[in-house]
Design a protein around this ligand. Structure first.
Ligand code: FAD
Length: 521
């Protein structure tokens, strides 16, 4: 097979035009049209460092037919309907779904139990949340098929590359309907309009190959015998027995943490981060990052910011989290009486708004460990979420303040248009967050204003509270077997256990737990 690897930088107009891109890559390989069999794009990234934004492309140009493994399907599944090894998987988020798929590959039968509804039915509860301010505690932006990542931006980049094979997860997503562009983009994302179809396809693979998936089945108890787990008990009182239990219930399943505490299964307080979501006009971010307001074919611009801040307890990082260019702010509460926000974007990222979490690192020293013990972080989150709800009028209206006013400690008389559908109420954010957190955020925003011209402005507003960044509790596991140190057969998994942060890392952790189950059976 004859192939040449080439790397070029094109203008956005050329890079996003298929024919112009093809010709340029061929030319870079020293070939003329007709002299290549196939051009396989390996990487696409935007270089916005200079005044003229360029798109960097890396590709293999083949002069002979390319190898079949470029095109998938990459994984073949066997039928496990009659397998004698049953694995109970609690939660159908990325961790649970990828654990189930890996179980099937390895010949184990997964039984997936999900408290929420299938993706389509779940949509109605999201509509009720946005329009009528009704929070269904089992079906919301965090709970339901696909987990917290379904109605999200679907960003697929991860910093935990060392923990697993990122490309394998991306390929599996493509095999289940995601755009192949995620295999080449430096910052891949799927989009909230496409994710539900991918999630349904993942579920269908589980069902087609002899696994089980049960919706509206909340796990309320564990069947523990001495130091081993035998299965779980559902909210309807049904006992579901398995050779192992993969617990992948996400960072918002507070009742699971309470259950573990009650059943004396060890859990630990863990650092997390909390703050607000900031919303700018997308055009302001495009202007700052691309040096022009009309971005043309370029994707909506994003940013990633971090700043060390001073305060009681020492230095703490303030950083941007889950930035959603061209996106929407969504109500991510999981219980009535609390207000929580997060962000999502459609695949085209074409809303007029850019939003991002701006959060402060919370260390165990910042929590009331004396009073609340291992639940201190969770109580810290809960108190601020409840205060946000009370101060904004006890609905899903969210407290908000103009960014410039917040930095100058002024009350906002008016607010701006927003993508947050339930609506906003002007509230001084210091009252929601408390003086210490608010002061650290102010330090962060001032520094960000120096990094991105025009960032700290009254053309932007902050919305509270961004509190579900990661789990405030860790469910420990042994590094060798991935089992809970005190309960054999129990595999704490994904973000809720503290071993992942994001869709891809949760999926990788799900796969790892399935492999660990096989190793112990
Ligand atoms: P989860 O996805 O939280 O899944 C846990 C599942 O367990 C849920 O479906 C829940 O209903 C179920 N469950 C909970 N308790 C029980 C019980 N007792 N019985 C049965 N089932 C139960 N990450 C990214 O990488 N990119 C993004 O763009 C992105 N955007 C996001 C946008 C929003 C609005 C939100 C809320 C999150 C976003 N995230 C994003 C974070 C990402 O969704 C999570 O990191 C990821 O989903 C964690 O996967 P998980 O499987 O560990 O847990």
């Amino acid at each position: 097979m004859q192939k040449r690897e080439v790397e070029i930088v094109l203008s956005p107009a050329e890079a996003y035009d298929e024919l112009a891109r093809y010709r340029a890559l061929l030319e870079a390989a020293g070939l003329k049209p007709g002299e290549a069999d196939f051009v396989h794009l390996l990487r696409r990234s935007i270089d916005a460092r200079g005044r003229n934004v360029g798109v960097r492309l890396r590709a293999d140009v083949y002069q002979t037919p390319p190898p079949r493994e470029l095109f998938g399907p990459w994984v073949q599944y066997q039928n496990v309907a009659h397998s004698t090894k049953r694995v109970v998987v609690v939660g159908a988020g990325p961790a649970g779904l990828f654990a189930a798929l890996r179980c099937i590959e390895l010949g184990l039968k997964p039984i997936v139990l999900e408290r929420g509804k299938d993706v389509r039915t779940r949509r109605r509860d999201l509509a009720a949340l946005n329009k009528e301010h009704v929070v269904n505690p089992d079906s919301n932006y965090c709970f339901g098929e696909g987990g917290a990542g379904t109605y999200s931006d679907g960003k697929l980049y991860t910093r935990s590359k060392k923990r697993g094979d990122v490309q394998r997860i991306l390929r599996l997503l493509v095999q289940h309907g995601a755009t192949p562009e995620i295999l080449v983009d430096a910052h891949p994302h799927i989009g909230t309009n496409k994710l539900p179809y991918v999630v349904q396809a993942l579920r269908q693979t589980v069902l087609d190959h002899g696994g089980e998936v049960r919706f509206e089945t909340r796990v309320d108890d564990l069947i523990l015998q001495q130091n081993r787990i035998r299965g779980v008990v559902t909210h309807a009182g049904e006992e579901i027995i398995g050779d192992a239990v993969i617990l992948a219930t996400g960072h918002s399943a507070r009742d699971i943490y309470e259950l573990l505490l009650r059943r004396q299964v060890r859990i630990e307080a863990k650092p997390f981060a909390l703050g607000v979501r900031v919303e700018h006009p997308q055009v302001l971010i495009d202007q700052a990052q691309y040096h022009r307001a009309d971005r043309g074919q370029l994707p909506a611009a994003s940013y990633s910011l971090v700043q060390q801040t001073d305060g009681p307890g020492g230095q703490r990082g303030v950083f941007s989290f889950c930035m959603c260019p061209g996106g929407f702010i969504v109500p991510a509460a999981t219980a009535q009486g609390e207000v929580v926000v997060n962000g999502m974007s459609p695949s085209r990222r074409d809303s007029r708004f850019a939003n991002s979490g701006i959060v402060v690192a919370i260390e165990p020293e910042d929590m009331n460990l004396k009073r609340y013990g291992v639940m201190a972080g969770l109580r810290f989150q809960q108190e601020i979420e409840q205060r946000a709800c009370q101060l904004a009028g006890n609905t899903q209206l969210a407290p908000a303040q103009l960014l410039g006013d917040f930095v100058q400690k002024r009350t906002s008389r008016t607010l701006l248009e927003t993508s947050y559908q339930p609506g906003l109420v002007s509230v001084p954010m210091d009252e929601v967050l408390g003086a210490v957190l608010a002061d650290r955020l102010r330090q962060g925003f001032r520094a960000f204003g120096r990094k991105i011209p025009g960032y700290t402005t009254n053309d932007a507003q902050i919305v509270g509270v961004e509190s579900r960044t990661s789990a405030p509790v860790r469910i420990p596991r042994l590094p060798e077997t991935l089992e809970h140190p005190e309960v054999r057969g129990l595999f704490p998994c994904g973000e809720g256990a503290g071993f992942a942060g994001g869709i891809v890392s949760a999926a990788m952790d799900g796969e790892r737990c399935a492999e660990a189950v096989l190793a112990t059976l």
